[in-house]
Every structure is written in structure tokens, then in C-alpha cells.
Design a protein around this ligand. Structure first.
Ligand SMILES: [Zn+2]
Length: 238
């Protein structure tokens, strides 16, 4: 059977003499793995349209097992990203995490669109000289992905007692699943102190569409505080 997929190529590795296995996230099939035969031969044309960080229309012939990639038509190869070291570092970190978080063959249109928007927004930022935006897109994407996959980070009321937060002192506990009020922060020795603006940033991530994150202006310390929360949450949940 021949299948057509709209896919974002995530990763690849060499197998056998001339073959390569690819992982990709598809609109129609979710995360899948398939093999391209002979793709490492010098005259093979398919390799260039199967690079990591490429949006392509992929044809896979499959009866059972991994199936065989027989065609790829590039829709967007994100050329600017591939020339930008900082963008690449952030995207590969995201892809690595994405691979851990997302199960095989569990399609989710929202996740596909999120991934596509993440790459498009990162590419739009290239040339602006704004390195911090790569981090904001990266962490914003992670927070939205976690939300789409059902790992909710509590950012509104105190995760321990349910009271409303006063902006004076806000804590965060991955174990309790979210932000803490000042009183509960004092009672949880594993909780971390988080800046008010970092919490606001997390709320913005959850409420707004990813491309609008280009308008977020944050100090380095607020950005660091936000990253600490997300990294801690990931360590706890992965
Ligand atoms: Zn509380």
C-alpha cells in the first residue's frame, strides 16, 4: 500500500551499506519511522529532500514493518534555519525532547501545527539579531506541547492550597504541578522561587498563539526564571 504524508523530518540515522532510517512527525500519522533504501549512494536524489528540519510531502510504501520511503517533495526546507547555528542548537534540543515526549503513531493535528509554527517563527526571527527570541520560541513551544499532551503546568491559583497568588512572592513546585503562594512556598523545601514576570510569560504561552511570542519582551533574569521552571517540570515528569 502506498501512503502519502505531510511530514516534518525530525531525525535520521544510517543503517546497512547505503540506507537510512528517518523519524518524522506527520499530520496524518503522528510520529513515524521509515527507511529510505540506497539513499546514501552518491547519485541518490532523495537524500536532499529528507534532511532534518524539512516540511515535505512524503510517499511511503508499506505492507508491514517500517515501510519504504519512495518519494519526497519539499514544501519548506527552512534554508535560513540550516545556516544559523543558534537556531539549530535550539531546534535540535526541541526535537530531542519532542521525540521523548511524543508516542509513535498517535496523530494530533494540534501538535503538527504547533511544530510547524515553531519552525516558521524561529525562521522569521533569523536576521533580527535577537538571540533571546530563540529561547522564548523554544520554551513557549515546549509549554504548549506539554499542554497539548496533557501535562498541565498550573500557572493560575496556588497548586497546593488553591488560593489566589499575590505578586509578592511566587514559588513553583513540579511535584505539586504548578505555582505556589508565599505560605505554601515556605512549607515546601523542594519548591523554587520564581519571578512574577516568569509566571506571566508562562500564562502568555498557554493563552496565545505561538507566532505572537515574537512580541514578548523579557529581561534576561525573567527569561532564566521561566526556563528554570520548565526545565524543573520536565525533569520531574520525564
Ligand atoms: Zn498556597
Amino acid at each position: 500500500m502506498e501512503y502519502k504524508y505531510t511530514a516534518i523530518i525530525l531525525n535520521k540515522w544510517d543503517v546497512g551499506e547505503t540506507d537510512r532510517i528517518y523519524t518524522m512527525y506527520c499530520l496524518e500519522g503522528g510520529k513515524i519511522k521509515s527507511v529510505a533504501k540506497g539513499v546514501r549512494k552518491p547519485q541518490a536524489k532523495l537524500a536532499s529532500s529528507l534532511e532534518s528540519i524539512t516540511l515535505a510531502d512524503i510517499t511511503i510504501v508499506r505492507s508491514r514493518g517500517l515501510g519504504k520511503i519512495t518519494g519526497s517533495i519539499v514544501e519548506n526546507n527552512f534554508t535560513a534555519i540550516k545556516k544559523d547555528e543558534q537556531a539549530l542548537l535550539n531546534i535540535f534540543a526541541v526535537f530531542q525532547l519532542f521525540d521523548k515526549l511524543v508516542d509513535f503513531e498517535n496523530p494530533d493535528q494540534r501538535v503538527f501545527q504547533l511544530l510547524q509554527k515553531y519552525l516558521e517563527s524561529t525562521e522569521k526571527n533569523i536576521g533580527t539579531g535577537d538571540q533571546q527570541k530563540y529561547l522564548i520560541f523554544r520554551y513557549g513551544f515546549i509549554v504548549k506541547l506539554l499542554d497539548a499532551l496533557g501535562y498541565a503546568i498550573g500557572v493560575d491559583a496556588c497548586a497546593a492550597c488553591g488560593c489566589e497568588l499575590t505578586p509578592a512572592k511566587i514559588g513553583f513546585s513540579s511535584q505539586q504541578g504548578g505555582v505556589l503562594c508565599e505560605k505554601c512556598l515556605g512549607q515546601d523545601k523542594d519548591a523554587i522561587l520564581v519571578s512574577v514576570n516568569a509566571v506571566k510569560m508562562l500564562r502568555l504561552f498557554l493563552k496565545n498563539d505561538l507566532p505572537t511570542f515574537s512580541r514578548i519582551q523579557a529581561s534576561e533574569s525573567d527569561c532564566d526564571s521561566m526556563r528554570m521552571v520548565v526545565d524543573d517540570f520536565l525533569r520531574w515528569n520525564l
